[in-house]
Write a protein that binds this ligand. Structure first.
Ligand code: DAK
Length: 258
């Protein structure tokens, strides 16, 4: 059985890290599987939104695979880190919205993987943390940067140096989690949310995500310029016209992604 599974249901893709016996810990094979799955989903013209999750219900992902990493020297670790960065970044640069559906433990490299998605859905019982210092390590898949951007520098330092876990409801209060659902229903609720997004204009969804992500590090004026350009582009699309015509005709829009 593959360590990463991809299922397509209508316009919604679900990618599942599938090593439940190791709480879905990320090893080299998982990175290979994620890279292939991200490429496959991105290239599928039918897919309009995507969910990332972990198998088994006990964990989204409990971290990078500690047993595999034990054999690493400094150069192996640097290469593993660089590979993780490049694979995870595929969700950020994707035309699709990626939702991380988190049940149970979401730790270390798992929390880093979830943060590379566009947002995180969880239950109040989910457990988030960056416990690398317990192993004498630090986050190596972008966690230091992404966590600080999500929760602020001071809280990110606190979480990374204490290794304390926070529950899903606490993570929501920190801004790490967008939406809470009942335990056992997070995947289904995330897929329903993806289905909702799939009904929107796909170019508009991709463009909104691109501008927000690219604009995050820009001064306001340059961000405004980026937005103006993207706003104009939408008016040159078939979908942009269709959406406004459908509104005026009091019917549902039929978007074609052009
Ligand atoms: N790696 C490998 N195996 C893991 C694992 C992990 N991260 N987490 C759990 N497992 C395995 C356990 O070893 C166990 O396997 P068996 O003993 O049955 O063979 C199985 O999953 C079930 O786990 P437990 O028996 O421990 O289950 P419990 O319910 O008792 O405990 C737990 C659940 C999540 C509290 C516990 O498993 C735990 O503390 N796991 C480790 C959590 C952790 O420390 N995560 C952070 C890992 S470090 C870098 C790149 C990346 C990173 C760092 C540097 N560079 C390249 C520089 C990232 C580092 C990390 O993510």
């Amino acid at each position: 059985m593959s360590v990463v599974l991809t299922t397509i249901s209508g316009p919604v893709a679900t990618v599942t890290v599938n090593r439940p016996e190791a709480l879905n810990a990320i090893n080299g094979a998982v990175l290979d599987g994620l890279e292939a799955a991200f490429a496959e989903v991105e290239a599928n013209p039918v897919v309009r939104a995507a969910v990332l999750t972990g198998a088994g219900g006990k964990a989204f992902v409990a971290g990078a695979d500690i047993k595999e990493m034990q054999a690493f020297g400094a150069e192996d670790a640097r290469a593993f880190s660089a590979r993780g960065h490049s694979v995870f970044a595929r969700m950020e640069s994707s035309r699709l919205v990626w939702i991380a559906a988190v049940e149970g433990f979401c730790l270390g490299g798992g929390c880093e993987l979830a943060m590379a998605a566009d947002w995180i859905n969880a239950s109040a019982k989910s457990r988030f943390g960056q416990p690398e210092v317990n192993l004498g390590l630090i986050p190596g898949f972008g966690g230091t940067i992404r966590l600080a951007r999500r929760v602020g520098q001071a809280k990110a330092i606190e979480l990374c140096v204490t290794a304390e876990m926070v529950r899903g409801d606490e993570a929501k209060a920190l801004g790490l989690v967008n939406n809470l659902y009942e335990p056992g229903t997070v995947l289904e609720a995330s897929q329903a949310q993806a289905q909702l997004i799939a009904g929107k204009g796909p170019l508009a969804v991709a463009n909104a995500k691109r501008v927000i992500r690219s604009g995050a590090d820009l001064p306001q004026e340059r961000g405004n310029a980026l937005e103006q350009q993207a706003f104009g582009i939408q008016f040159g699309t078939v979908d942009g016209k269709e959406g406004m015509v459908a509104f005026s005709a009091k019917r549902s829009a039929e978007f074609v992604g052009k």
